[in-house]
Design a protein around this ligand. Structure first.
Ligand SMILES: Cc1cc2nc3c(=O)[nH]c(=O)nc-3n(C[C@H](O)[C@H](O)[C@H](O)COP(=O)(O)OP(=O)(O)OC[C@H]3O[C@@H](n4cnc5c(N)ncnc54)[C@H](O)[C@@H]3O)c2cc1C
Length: 421
């Protein structure tokens, strides 16, 4: 079975590795950019995705490059603690949660693909431009800059080409651009003083104005320092012009300080962290409506191409990795490509649609909205504002919906295909 993957991002590379591990060895990845570059800032991998990467044999590489997140806490805009919970192994999961630079994760996946699949499997500077169902499979046209376009046929085409997917645009004509919710995000990575235990992720504020901060480098941690990923999010309203949807679009420090200068707590001086960033990026918070179907003939969608979601609850990259493993399992174990794609879509489409919807309602971070509404000027004891039972219920509901409820994850059979060497 010749499998072609459009897009060499997290989802595309995880798919190439998963197909290979499931015994499908004729795999090619077309990546539009001229090289695999370590772009982006921090990303979180939840235990359900780390399980998949562990079963792909990447546990040591991840441990060397990511911080095993041990704690997550939500705070008010004044820094008061609303909720704190253990994460990953500290929460009893068999697999850790990792906070990692997107570029480092991409590097781990890319090196594994090159080593296992051999040379010539990831073709950079190859942009899938068009495709159609032919008599022998999916006929694809791949543009290669100045070189003549490649015309080729594959048995299955996987659109892992991100939020502006060409494959999705062909499957859903007239859908238009992603939807913006009026929130602008400034992102950066800074060398700064560690906070808490050096393995904690924190959110502070409420959806209208909040920060997300976590360390991402074990080498910094080993020498008592911290490389800190941060995102500052501000809802300015859809009436304003949307920032460009380009991952490398630069934002300005002055804007961050103007809106987040007050986020100085005893345990974290956020303005100082922002000042230490060598570069600040700006991006709008966008998603798309869940689709009723992800398959046309022998073509399907995966990752952000299938289900772009708000970066709430740390799920974007994790869900792309789960897609990859489930798709590979079905393609390797069912004789018929279309039946395999249907089984994949049946497993993954409803699960991810639920997360897209939950993230629109701010997912597990709902507790921050409730506290801001009930006690906008602060409180003495959090119990007077929201009960422990209510807080626990919010956290557990999201974990179940996003597929990382601990007991369910431990009980679920592996997606690995038995007997493959
Ligand atoms: C440069 C970049 C930086 C990012 N930075 C962050 C970040 O800092 N934090 C965060 O949370 N998320 C970031 N993301 C998004 C994040 O990677 C995804 O939300 C998530 O990991 C799901 O991955 P994906 O593989 O589905 O999509 P992506 O990671 O977006 O990968 C899609 C890939 O497809 C390629 N592509 C697009 N069109 C075509 C085509 N027609 N033919 C061939 N290839 C094509 C793109 O160049 C890209 O490499 C970034 C994405 C990119 C591309």
């Amino acid at each position: 079975m010749r499998c072609a993957i459009a897009g060499g991002g997290i989802g595309g590379l995880a798919t190439a590795l998963s197909l290979h591990a499931a015994g499908l060895r004729d795999v090619v990845v077309w990546e539009a950019t001229s090289e695999i570059r370590e772009l982006g800032v921090g990303i979180n991998l939840l235990p359900h995705a780390v399980r998949e990467l562990t079963e792909l044999g990447l546990d040591e590489a991840l441990a060397a490059r990511g911080i095993a997140t041990a704690q997550l806490s939500y705070h008010t805009k004044r820094g008061e603690r609303i909720w704190q919970e253990p994460r990953g192994r500290a929460a009893g999961y068999r697999w850790p949660q990792y906070s990692i630079h997107r570029g480092a994760l991409l590097r781990v996946l890319y090196e594994a693909v090159c080593e296992r699949l051999g040379p010539g499997r990831v073709l950079t500077g190859h942009r899938l431009a068009a495709f159609r169902d032919g008599s022998a499979g999916v006929d694809c046209r791949v543009e290669r800059g100045a070189e003549a376009a490649l015309e080729t046929t594959c048995d299955v085409l996987i659109g892992a080409d991100g939020v502006h997917s060409t494959v999705r645009a062909a499957l859903v004509p007239g859908e238009g651009p992603p939807r913006w919710n009026g929130v602008t995000m400034w992102r950066g990575v800074s060398e700064a003083a560690p906070f808490f235990d050096g393995q904690s992720m924190i959110l502070a504020g409420s959806f209208a104005r909040r920060i997300v901060v976590y360390p991402i480098s074990p080498t910094h941690r080993a020498r008592g320092a911290a490389l800190i990923n941060w995102v500052a999010e501000l809802r300015q309203g859809e009436a304003r012009a949307m920032p460009p949807q380009e991952w490398e679009h630069r934002g300005r420090l002055e804007e961050v300080l103007e809106h987040f200068g007050g986020f100085r707590f005893e345990w974290l001086d956020f303005p100082a962290v922002a000042r230490a960033a060598p570069a600040i990026f700006q991006y709008p918070m966008v998603d798309r409506d869940p689709l009723p179907r992800w398959r046309r003939g022998r073509t399907t969608l995966l990752g952000d191409a299938a289900h772009p979601m708000y970066p709430v609850g740390s799920n974007g990259a994790s869900q792309a990795i789960l897609d990859a493993r489930v798709l590979a399992m079905h393609l390797a174990t069912r004789g018929d490509v279309e039946a395999a794609l249907d089984a994949y879509v049946a497993d993954r489409r409803p699960a991810t649609a639920r997360i897209v919807e939950l993230n629109r309602q701010v997912g597990p971070e709902q507790c921050m909205e409730i506290v801001e509404a009930r006690a906008p000027h602060g409180f003495e004891r959090i119990e007077d504002v929201i009960s422990q039972t209510e807080l626990e219920a919010i956290a557990e509901r999201y974990k179940r919906a996003a597929g990382f409820d601990r007991d369910a994850l431990h009980a679920r059979p592996s997606y690995s295909v038995a007997g493959v060497t």
